[in-house]
Write a protein of this length. Structure first.
Length: 574
């Protein structure tokens, strides 16, 4: 393997704690980490992306609907029933450590994807892949009228080959053949086939891991007076051409990383307000944009002035103006020669103080309708929870990510980062007896348990312990626990709690909840966690009649009630 890629790969394995995973599987996840957006990766434990053992032609498959990953038909229904319009992208990855590229592998890759999209009935030997194929089939069968357009498909073949090999005419021809065969299905929109070599892997790594930095020219700028915690604050306007430097990646695509701290994602071109913005940009009134639009707020960690009106900013986020930015990007065709003459209001705040940044995010979003679940990261409880993790008085070495992406350029062990979604799922399963809802997508999960978590009177230790339990379970899967049990992970957490306590947990605001958390933590720190979690998994399978329960059954509250009753009755009998 290319020594540079080997070094990056080894660093990746260390940061993701994948030392015990097979080299081939770890490389597949390395490719997935570089090929998939962080907004998708944040929704899943990385090892969950691995398909069935022996799966031929495709190593990783991820289906997103409106930016939300789905894994089976129930997930599709959950996401699609909650919205009127859907956009679908299917990602497929094949990863090989080889320094050469096989034309046959490219064609096999393309053929497998084509059969998947055609919902061929020859995937029974690969149940996880089959679940994904059925999920894709349901989108067409039940939600075709909700599609904004046909699904898009992205194929990435990752190798360690030199650049000359990826540009070989035969390789390029085979990639085009695979692309055209999929396009010929007639119901797929854009098909993108990427053949990556060592140079492409390195470039993708740089894009993922280097802090964003750009120079832009501000027009009519005004420096605001000094403020506590703020290094620099500037009001001004920028041309669309200059704003694009902030929001586009090197390849010209929209850089979603810069919107991590924005509390809302893009609401779509059909959104009423966004439609008005785009209509204005397409009309002769586009020059009125500075007085018709609130503009963009940028929070950066560093800033330096350059000659003229140019400033250099790095480590920046667009914390307000996600809708405007996306509309401008989508309107590039209509703007044409007007990129330099249409201006956007811009507020630039330079601060290294997280509290100041948080206050800016809340303030800039308070003038528009934002769901309380979007602002959960900004509550006092979340800040206290983040500080509690940081103190680490219980020596669990986890890191709480209160604001999305705040550790993307930090040298931390990625598997030890706990996102708000991770926290919601873990505490729901371990303390609230809701494992059947823990696997739901974040929006639905918050609807189910939002009133029961993150309350100001809650004790902090149960949150930390629940996240540690989920972390220890994930490690158990990597070191001996059968990965086929992963769909039941949240029920395993619930079962483990009952096996330790022998009873229902106390309310999260009760003092006794801390004592119970200490008992669970002591058990989680004991050696041989594989055996301990296997005992919990055995109870899940015993409740299901001796086999791993189906995903459909796991989503039913009745199964959770049966599981708890079985464990408690076992204790009584004992």
């Amino acid at each position: 393997m290319n020594p540079l890629i080997r070094g990056l790969f080894n660093k990746f394995r260390e940061s993701e704690e994948l030392a015990t995973l097979a080299d081939s599987d770890a490389f597949e996840l390395f490719a997935a980490k570089l090929a998939l957006g962080d907004d998708l990766l944040s929704q899943v434990s990385l090892t969950d992306l691995l398909l069935d053992s022996g799966n031929i032609g495709v190593d990783i498959c991820a289906i997103e609907i409106n930016g939300q990953l789905v894994w089976d038909v129930d997930d599709v229904r959950d996401v699609c029933n909650a919205t009127k319009k859907i956009e679908v992208v299917a990602h497929f990855i094949q990863a090989k450590q080889s320094a050469s590229i096989s034309s046959g592998d490219i064609l096999s890759f393309g053929d497998t994807v084509r059969r998947f999209l055609a919902n061929h009935q020859d995937l029974e030997s690969y149940p996880r892949f089959q679940d994904l194929a059925r999920a894709m089939g349901l989108i067409f069968a039940d939600y075709a009228t909700s599609l904004k357009g046909p699904p898009s498909v992205v194929l990435t073949m990752a190798t360690t080959a030199p650049r000359a090999s990826t540009r070989d005419p035969i390789v390029v021809n085979r990639a085009e053949t695979a692309r055209s065969h999929i396009q010929d299905l007639g119901y797929i929109d854009k098909v993108d086939v990427k053949i990556w070599g060592a140079d492409d892997l390195h470039e993708a790594w740089v894009r993922k891991n280097h802090a964003n930095e750009v120079e832009i020219q501000l027009e009519k700028q005004v420096n605001l007076p000094r403020m506590p915690g703020v290094d620099q604050a500037i009001l001004g306007v920028v041309s669309v051409a200059e704003l694009l430097k902030l929001i586009r990646a090197e390849d010209g695509t929209l850089d979603e990383r810069v919107f991590y701290d924005n509390v809302r994602g893009f609401k779509g071109a059909d959104n009423r307000v966004n439609r008005q913005i785009m209509d204005t940009l397409a009309s002769d009134e586009r020059s009125l944009l500075p007085v018709l639009n609130n503009g963009v707020t940028v929070v950066a960690s560093t800033y330096s002035p350059k000659p003229g009106d140019t400033v250099a900013v790095s480590g920046y986020q667009i914390v307000n103006g996600c809708q405007t930015s996306h509309c401008l990007y989508l309107s590039l065709g209509e703007l044409g020669e007007h990129l330099e003459s249409v201006f956007v209001p811009l507020r630039l705040v330079v601060t290294a103080d997280d509290d100041i940044a948080t206050r800016i995010i809340r303030a800039t979003n308070s003038q528009t309708e934002v769901g309380e679940n979007d602002l959960v990261a900004l509550t006092k409880f979340q800040k206290r929870l983040e500080d509690f993790y940081r103190l680490d008085t219980h020596d669990v070495k986890l890191i709480y990510e209160r604001r999305s992406g705040q550790f993307f350029d930090k040298d931390v062990t990625k598997t030890r980062i706990v996102t708000i979604s991770d926290q919601m799922r873990a505490v729901s399963a371990l303390f609230l007896d809701n494992p059947h809802t823990a696997a739901r997508y974040t929006g639905m999960l918050y609807d189910e348990v939002g009133d029961s978590i993150f309350r100001e009177d809650h004790k902090l230790l149960p949150y930390l312990v629940s996240a540690f339990a989920a972390y220890r379970l994930e490690n158990a899967f990597r070191t001996g626990l059968d990965p086929s049990l992963k769909p039941a992970r949240y029920h395993i957490l619930t079962a483990r709690k009952y096996l330790i306590l022998g009873k229902r947990a106390s309310p999260l605001n009760a003092k006794s909840a801390e004592a119970e958390s200490e008992r669970i933590l002591e058990s989680l720190k004991a050696p041989d966690q594989v055996a301990a979690f296997q005992s919990a998994a055995d109870e899940v399978m015993r409740t299901a009649g001796g086999a791993i329960p189906s995903r459909d059954r796991l989503k039913r509250q009745q199964f959770t009630q049966d599981l708890i009753a079985n464990i408690l009755s076992m204790d009584v009998q004992a």
